[in-house]
Ligand binder design. Structure first.
Ligand code: GLN
Length: 282
């Protein structure tokens, strides 16, 4: 069957809507651009252009994956974060727009002049690379438990020519020298409780549990990062962590009990509690 760009997109939107996608138009357009290796503007400029047999077959294949619920970012292998194109893979969390809020808040706390920043659980390197791109004078270290993630983040940094970011693999602070100190530590750690029904919906089903789920109502990793952060922050340094929208008070309590100062929670773009930060006075 021969179909135009416009006709195949229309059909794809119907198929995706029926399969329960929340963003059928964007999904269809991103997948078709991926198959055609063209920018989004191409679809709008050439709606009547007939698709070739091979293009239709390739599009059917990616659509079949999307129709089973597989995230678009894993199918195309890329997601934009902070306007930076990043490679993503199934062993990394897909960067979320709300995490850009964490980047904004971190940039606000990074002092003027050369200094060091740490990103724990870096995944694709999204947060580390966003900071490195805004502050070329800052040296950013990203750490991920999974060596494949650290390797992917390194590749993303190389592709973006961000020589001021380096990536290590290991559990939280373990790859660091004991005396390593940072002006700012950021993290988007796992923070979802294992029993949260959200885990069986949408893209999250395909993402690594190790990047999403934490013990102790989702607070276990936040607690470790906060406790050990005290040994790795400079005097006056800041710790900023993303968390669930209902965890603000619990995270503030953890930070206050550990002796952090100026502890506050900031909201994401939907107005929900999302990032808690505290200052370590040393
Ligand atoms: N915000 C993500 C979600 O709820 C989870 C990210 C994380 O666990 N760090 O889908």
């Amino acid at each position: 069957m021969s179909l135009s760009i416009e006709a195949r997109l229309k059909l794809a939107v119907e198929q995706l809507t029926e399969a329960g996608s929340e963003s059928p138009h964007i999904d269809a357009a991103v997948l078709l651009c991926h198959v055609l290796d063209k920018p989004r503007s191409y679809l709008l400029t050439w709606p009547e252009k007939m698709l070739e047999e091979a293009q239709l077959t390739a599009f059917d294949a990616v659509m079949a994956r999307r129709l089973t619920g597989e995230p678009v970012a894993y199918i195309v292998g890329e997601r934009e974060f902070w306007s930076l194109p990043l490679k993503v893979a199934p062993h990394t969390l897909i960067p979320r727009p709300d995490t850009e809020r964490l980047v904004e808040l971190a940039l606000d706390k990074i002092p003027a002049g050369a200094c060091s920043v740490l990103d724990l659980g870096t995944g694709t390197g999204a947060i580390a690379l966003a900071i490195a791109s805004e502050r070329r004078d800052v040296s950013v270290t990203g750490i991920d438990l999974r060596p494949e993630a650290a390797a992917l983040a390194t590749e993303n940094g190389t592709n973006l020519h961000l020589g001021n970011a380096r990536f290590l693999s290991g559990s939280w602070y373990s790859p660091l020298q004991t005396e390593a100190r940072f002006a700012v530590i950021v993290s988007n750690p796992p923070y979802i409780d294992e029993a949260d029904p959200h885990l069986s919906q949408g893209d999250v089903r395909f993402e690594p549990k190790s990047a999403l789920v934490a013990d102790d109502n989702g607070l276990a990793d936040i607690r470790i990062i906060s406790e050990q952060g005290r040994q790795h922050l400079q005097a006056g340094g800041w710790l900023l962590m993303e968390h669930g929208f209902e965890q603000g008070e619990a995270v503030r309590t953890i930070l206050l009990e550990l002796g952090y100062h100026q502890v506050t929670t900031a909201q994401d773009y939907a107005g929900l509690d999302r990032v808690t930060l505290g200052c370590w006075q040393g």
